[in-house]
Design a binder for this molecule. Structure first.
Ligand code: F6R
Length: 604
């Protein structure tokens, strides 16, 4: 991950690549690189950090006349953000840039290493170029070798590959990650992973479909579908609005990120959800040796993910689990024993309070693990082990896709620990993994659902408060729903355990107290339902979210029929996110940058 550009033409190739990468900066990255093939010679430059570092490195590099080039901004998933891990990756005569994740990279890498190939990076991407060269040696035809390579690799990808022997050809393939080809009236050809680098350069674009692959030369675009049949390239006019292009047509980044959840959860699962076991290449199972308790510590949304994890860990891994709000933990002289695994959760990896608790745990000699979205962040550097959530950059201040991927990681981690502790049978684990694989399709936002929530939102713009209620793991989801709403709508909202309402808050019930009730069919349905009935009897306005119709509700949002409470969890998560979004939009608030909030809270 994260951004790709490519170019074939006679303009200044270096400048085109660098300015294309600049247009992709909004997607976030931690390193960048380019490679240019001109007169049969590759020139390549890479740099860690901001693009200015790459610009400095290439300042004496000139490209005049015909050339082809590829460029990449990287958001680390496999391997640290270092120059060696930055793309393009080279074999003997070829180079590649890639977005996505190659699921079977470890297997291919082992085979290639047995054949004597030396790998320079820790990335999954590098296998593509070596596999291509292996196939090239066997077939003597570069396109045939490329076609075979994309059959050999499994996973998600947008790939651009160049090879010395074909200095006028750029090979491409797309599966799961976006890739566009742009053209203009001076016969240049551009590639990019989103519209923005092409705006101002191209008049028309084609959005490649999954399974598409082919090659481009100065005079030809050869496009093939997933069955290997040649197909026509259909171009459409390119819109010239950059901000709109960055938001990919969505009104706000938060909305885009809600819609992205399906894809990023697939990324989170990739290579980790095996057939009947969970694989975390990044973990050494000895991390769990001698551990009798897991302590989870975080802030805000990440804390809600931690709380959700505590239900999964105790239920499946049968390990005692406690949770801590980081800002509280750091000042309360906690007892820390060495049989405790200390886990911090953070989207940014920089939150001051959470970072401090990690330092405390390290100082007390505890083993530590971080679940984080940003490689090389302070927490990732400090903890003994880390698992990256692979959500990609999150721009909306209100966290959505980061939370979705944190929950996915925790569910997998509970199964991973369950295996170590023998607390789930192989069949049970396999059945969980089956269900996990269904999550991406359950978080896809349907037009009907979004439309329904948009309409519903107009009835929830006033009132004296919202209660989001749920039981068990739906309680932290209720907390998260309430947090989302208050952050961007500025309306008062609380999350509450449904069974606790009658111990006080029910006194508030009246028609302008809005209750958002999470009613999963597969977890304590009858219990939660009777709690909602108590509120309904006191005339609170109820919006129920469930797969079972509920006649005591004023409004009802029906989620799809599914057979596991965690699928209900993920669907309800999307509903509460969309509800907050639509209420906030109706109130005219700045959804992406709500007042008084910052994306990363690096001060106490
Ligand atoms: C809520 C939100 C915050 C963060 C919190 C922790 O939408 O974004 O509550 O979750 O500030 O941030 P991280 O996860 O970066 O440590």
């Amino acid at each position: 991950m994260c951004g790709i550009v490519g170019y074939i033409g006679t303009k200044n190739t270096k400048e085109i690549l660098l300015s294309g990468l600049k247009e992709l900066e909004y997607r976030g990255y931690d390193s960048a690189g380019i490679a240019v093939l001109q007169n049969g010679i590759f020139s390549s430059y890479k740099a860690v950090g901001k693009l200015i570092n790459l610009e400095m490195k290439t300042k004496d590099f000139k490209t005049e006349g015909f050339a082809l080039g590829i460029g990449h901004t990287r958001w680390a998933t496999h391997g640290k953000p270092t120059e060696l891990n930055a793309h393009p990756h080279f074999g003997e005569n070829s180079c590649v840039v890639h977005n996505g994740i190659i699921e079977n990279y470890a297997e291919l890498k082992r085979e290639l290493q047995t054949d004597g190939v030396t790998f320079l990076s820790q990335t999954d991407t590098e296998v593509i170029v070596h596999q291509f060269e292996k196939n090239q040696k066997e077939s003597n035809n570069s396109f045939e070798a490329f076609t075979k390579t994309i059959k050999d690799i499994h996973g998600a990808y947008a790939i651009l590959l160049a090879t010395k022997g074909e200095s006028e050809t750029l090979f491409f393939a797309k599966q799961g990650s976006p890739l566009l080809i742009g053209i203009n009236d001076v016969n240049e050809k551009y590639f990019a992973s989103s519209d923005t680098p092409l705006i101002g350069q191209c008049s028309d674009v084609t959005y490649l479909e999954d399974g598409d692959y082919g090659y481009v030369t100065p005079t030809k675009i050869a496009l093939f579908d997933k069955n290997g049949a040649e197909k026509e390239t259909k171009f459409v006019a390119l819109s010239q609005n950059k901000l709109l292009a960055q938001k990919e047509g969505y009104r706000f980044f938060m909305e885009k990120e809600i819609y992205e959840q399906s894809r990023v959860i697939s990324d989170t699962l990739m290579g980790r959800a095996g057939k009947d076991e969970i694989l975390f290449d990044e973990l050494d199972s000895s991390l769990f040796d001698g551990i009798n308790e897991i302590k989870l510590c975080a802030c805000g949304t990440s804390y809600h993910a931690a709380m959700s994890a505590s239900y999964l860990f105790e239920r499946y891994a049968k390990v005692k689990t406690s949770i801590e709000v980081a800002s509280e933990f750091r000042y309360r002289k906690p007892i820390m024993t060495k049989d405790t695994l200390f886990v911090v959760i953070s989207q940014s990896g920089e939150t001051a309070d959470t970072l401090e608790t990690l330092k405390m745990a390290k100082a007390a000699g505890l083993k530590t693990l971080v679940i984080c979205n940003v490689d090389n962040s302070s927490m990732v550097r400090l903890a003994d082990a880390s698992i990256l959530t692979r959500a990609g950059i999150e721009k909306g201040v209100a966290s959505t896709k980061a939370f979705a991927t944190q929950i996915t990681v925790f569910w997998m981690l509970s199964l991973y620990i369950a295996k170590l502790r023998g607390s789930l049978s192989q069949e049970e684990t396999a059945s969980h993994i089956d269900t996990l694989r269904k999550v991406p399709s359950h978080v896809k936002v349907s037009d009907e659902m979004h439309e329904r929530i948009k309409r519903l939102s107009k009835r929830y713009l006033h009132g004296h408060g919202f209660f989001f209620i749920g039981r068990d793991i739906f309680y932290p989801l209720a907390l998260e729903g309430a947090l989302k709403l208050k952050e961007i709508s500025y309306l008062h909202a609380e999350g509450y355990p449904a069974g606790e309402m009658k111990h006080g808050p029910i006194a508030l019930a009246d028609p302008t107290l809005f209750t958002i009730a999470l009613l999963p069919k597969h977890l304590l349905y009858e219990k939660a339902k009777s709690n909602v009935e108590e509120l309904s009897a006191r005339d609170s306005t109820i919006c129920a979210i469930s797969q079972i119709p509920f006649d005591k509700a004023d409004d009802f949002v029906e989620i799809s029929a599914c057979e596991h409470y965690m699928l209900e969890f993920f669907e309800m998560m999307v509903v509460v996110q969309l509800l907050s979004l639509e209420i906030s939009i109706r109130l005219g608030n700045d959804v992406d940058m709500p007042r008084n909030l910052a994306k990363s809270v690096t001060v106490e």
